[in-house]
Ligand binder design. Structure first.
Ligand code: KMH
Ligand code: ZN
Length: 275
């Protein structure tokens, strides 16, 4: 089995300091959270950024400032900026971080309910996002919130509308209104991806670790972080993203799975070595 790649989704667009005071807004706070996650064992940071008051933004300038500041303290980390942004943002707004030519970026694979809201990813939008990733040579992390999202993106790949093999999928399960975070659902998705693909499991809320454990045992990778889960255990808020990553590292250790460094993760994900 390959080593385990841990991704930390340190910030997100929807969670707030009212829910957990450690949610980062400022550049300094975002760097602090990235460093805590990397120090604990994360090879990848999935990045959203905020204005200082917490407002989610996809501003190219704000992404550049945060990315540069993170690389100052975590020079090897793989950064996956979001092109999902926050619910309600336009496609143009969301695509801004791709103008910075990151090695990877998320590509959301279909429209879905998102709690009380609708997260819009129409076919024309996804074709635009795929075209941008192809043009800018960015490896997408295909975010599937629903079973059908996988079928959608596999068909797009067949038509050359998004980058193809080897593909990296992130199965984000347990968003209210989307596919539930169950082991059978994860198995169904993993069984449907092309040979040679890599995959990550993200369990939302209380499913963070109940999905992480089977993903580790199945040879997949794991994402945790404030975007997905604010609690270390029932009733105990995580003090940092590092605490959430450290819990995954402990589970992996118990299951006998080693943790990948960022350099090792680049090899597993077929990215160019840094430097
Ligand atoms: N904020 C969510 C609506 C992504 O990063 O690509 C979407 C999201 C997905 O976070
Ligand atoms: Zn995200």
């Amino acid at each position: 089995m390959e080593k385990l790649i841990i991704t930390a989704a340190i910030c997100g667009a929807e969670v707030t300091k009212e829910q957990n005071p450690a949610v980062p807004y400022t550049v300094e706070e975002i760097v602090r959270e990235a460093k805590s996650a990397v120090d604990a064992g994360a090879a990848i940071v999935h990045l959203h950024v905020r204005e200082d008051d917490g407002t989610p933004t996809q501003s190219k300038a704000r992404f550049k400032t945060c990315i540069d500041a993170i690389y100052e303290v975590c020079p090897d980390v793989i950064l996956i900026p979001s092109t999902g942004g926050a619910v309600g943002m336009t496609a143009e707004e969301r695509l801004q971080p791709t103008e910075l030519f990151p090695e990877m970026a998320t590509l959301d694979c279909g429209t879905c309910n998102f709690g009380d809201e609708v997260f819009e990813n129409t076919m024309p939008m996804m074709r635009d996002f795929g075209k941008r990733m192809l043009e800018n040579r960015i490896k997408p992390e295909y975010e599937c919130f629903e079973m059908g999202h996988l079928e959608t993106v596999l068909n797009m790949a067949k038509k050359g509308q998004v980058p193809g093999a080897p593909m990296q999928f992130n199965f984000v399960l347990g968003v209210p209104g989307c596919t539930p975070a169950t082991v059978p659902n994860l198995c169904w998705l993993v069984n449907a991806i092309p040979a040679g693909s890599t995959w990550t499991a993200t369990g939302i809320g209380r499913h963070a670790f109940t999905l992480a454990a089977p993903a580790i045992a199945m040879g997949g990778n794991v994402r945790v972080g404030f975007e997905d889960n604010l609690y270390l255990e029932k009733g105990v808020l995580a003090k940092s993203n590092g605490e959430l990553v450290a819990k995954v590292v402990r589970i992996a250790k118990e299951l006998g799975r080693e943790i990948a460094t960022s350099a090792e993760a680049r090899k597993i994900l077929n990215l160019k070595a840094k430097g």
